[in-house]
Design a protein around this ligand. Structure first.
Ligand SMILES: C[S@@+](CC[C@H](N)C(=O)[O-])C[C@H]1O[C@@H](n2cnc3c(N)ncnc32)[C@H](O)[C@@H]1O
Length: 244
């Protein structure tokens, strides 16, 4: 496993960043993002113990959870979308998709920058790999794999869970809670012809996630729910923690 796989931290200015998470950055101060998970980190992460754990994190965005897990004693390898191919967009017709590509590309670059700004400020040792989460390269075994609010954005969420399950003894999946599908092992397509939701695919039930993790051989599976602030509104999420 060569270190060349991992991205080298670029030097990044604050003005080149878009923060996804609200967080306190050492030596800089408070930055505001769309999600404020402060005060609810342990609930979001299912109360898992990160001390001494090697953690695979899919989709760190601005790295708030990366830093929180590292602070709790974890060694992190994070996987983020590559520039090319980029986001797993829903294949609307080009007339809908193409006009928004330039702005999306710019925002993704700025969110990636925010990860490195955070990383530098924390003197973090977390490693980041720009890679395909559907086909994760050989980066060894992990104690924990975290998929925090990422599966809803992917066309084949079960494939990503499976990829993580090949590598980790504990799986943590956090996603938006939709109470009307809870209890049934389903995911519901979010995009419609009339809503132009191009960057999000699924509303997943925690039942789907926990049932599939059972299929993959996990035997101790716990689901919890919690609430966090998103753009100053309260949203409900679930976290499934599955251990072998
Ligand atoms: C909604 S944010 C969640 C950030 C963080 N995990 C959390 O829970 O707060 C989704 C993150 O997953 C990344 N992402 C989206 N699609 C991905 C994919 N196919 N593979 C890897 N990362 C992906 C995004 O770039 C972003 O960093």
């Amino acid at each position: 496993m060569g270190d060349t796989l991992f991205a080298t931290a670029p030097r990044v200015e604050f003005s080149d960043c878009e923060f996804y998470h609200t967080m306190e950055i050492p030596g800089f101060g408070l930055v505001e993002g769309q999600w404020d998970l402060r005060g609810g980190v342990d609930a979001y992460l299912g109360g898992a113990n990160f001390a001494g754990a090697r953690v695979l994190e899919i989709g760190p965005a601005s790295g708030f959870l990366t830093m929180e897990m590292e602070r709790r004693g974890a060694e992190i390898v994070a996987i983020e979308v590559q520039d090319d191919p980029g986001w797993d967009f829903v294949p609307y017709p080009p007339a809908i998709l193409e006009p928004m590509f330039p702005a999306r590309r710019q925002i993704m670059a700025r969110v990636k920058n925010s990860f490195w700004f955070t990383h530098t400020a924390h003197h973090s040792r977390a490693k980041l790999l720009y890679a395909d989460a559907y086909n994760i390269p050989e980066i060894g075994k992990f104690d924990i794999a975290l998929m925090g609010s990422v599966l809803l954005h992917t066309r084949a969420p079960l494939q990503i869970i499976e990829q993580c399950a090949r590598r980790a003894d504990t799986i943590i999946v956090t996603d938006l809670l939709h109470t009307d599908i809870e209890g049934t092992p389903v995911c519901r397509l979010w995009p419609r012809a009339d809503n132009n939701i191009t960057d999000t695919w699924w509303q997943l039930s925690s039942t789907l996630v926990s049932q599939f993790l059972g299929v993959l051989g996990y035997t101790k599976i716990e689901t919890t729910t919690h609430s966090h602030q998103h753009r100053h509104q309260t949203l409900n999420l679930f976290t499934v923690v599955a251990r072998r």
